[in-house]
Design a protein around this ligand. Structure first.
Ligand code: DC
Length: 229
């Protein structure tokens, strides 16, 4: 059967990664969470004290960028792909509020994007991949056979993110904090110079504010079947 590249872009916490994971599993494709890569670089910056408040030491990061190796390893127990930074599992650490708060700053750095895009394009060379992010359909795979742009209301997104944090045992963030963090990230992500969050002209839009999981998955499968014709 024809193998394709599927790009899923959209705002933070609108359910993109859940959609991408479910789709990839149903069709036997590899799932790549491109946001996890920017989060892992951010964690590296925090661990190496490259941040002073919101100020990032670009020179130190530039020197180290080639020493930041990100990979994804399938957890045999859960069946889920987990993020590794220089050989260490950082899947939980990269989901913290501390990383979420700084990641847009790192993701706006041109040489970071250049390096991540290069690695992402390499991962998609053989096709058979579902990648979610912000610039996947526009910059990483402009020729992707299927491009989906996902949206949902800010309040629904904040509630989903809060539920996710609580499920992971992080009870220290309020709804307002999460909503503000999302608004700040949306602003930085969509106004940056390199690879801004933008809907590709040929992307199909899915607003999942009031869609059930089943409806959403059905829509995705329909789009996939059309794309492989
Ligand atoms: O999808 P996420 O929330 O895990 O993404 C984390 C951050 O990384 C988010 O602020 C946007 C950025 N990002 C990006 O700039 N380009 C991508 N392809 C994916 C994520």
């Amino acid at each position: 059967m024809k193998k394709i590249v599927i790009a899923l872009d959209g705002y933070s916490s609108c359910g993109k990664s859940t959609m991408a994971k479910v789709l990839a599993k149903s069709i036997g494709y590899t799932y790549v969470d491109s946001g996890a890569m920017y989060r892992a670089v951010t964690l590296f910056c925090i661990q190496h004290n490259f941040f002073q408040g919101d100020r990032l030491n670009l020179e130190s990061l530039r020197k180290e960028i080639k020493n930041i190796h990100i990979s994804f390893v399938n957890n045999a127990e859960t069946g889920l792909s987990e993020t590794y930074l220089n050989g260490i599992n950082v899947e939980n650490k990269i989901r913290s509020m501390e990383v979420a708060d700084k990641v847009s700053i790192v993701a706006a750095v041109d040489f970071v994007r250049e390096e991540m895009v290069k690695q992402q394009q390499e991962m998609g060379k053989e096709k058979g991949i579902v990648m979610d992010g912000r610039d996947v359909g526009t910059i990483v795979f402009p020729d992707a056979e299927l491009k989906i742009f996902v949206t949902a209301s800010p309040e629904i997104r904040a509630q989903r993110r809060l539920d996710e944090l609580i499920a992971k045992g992080n009870n220290s963030s309020s709804f307002e904090e999460v909503l503000n963090n999302l608004a700040k990230r949306d602003f930085i992500d969509s106004t940056r110079k390199d690879g801004p969050l933008k809907q590709a002209e040929d992307a199909v839009v899915i607003d999942n504010t009031s869609l059930t999981m089943e409806e959403q998955n059905e829509e995705l499968m329909n789009l996939y079947h059309k794309a492989i014709l």
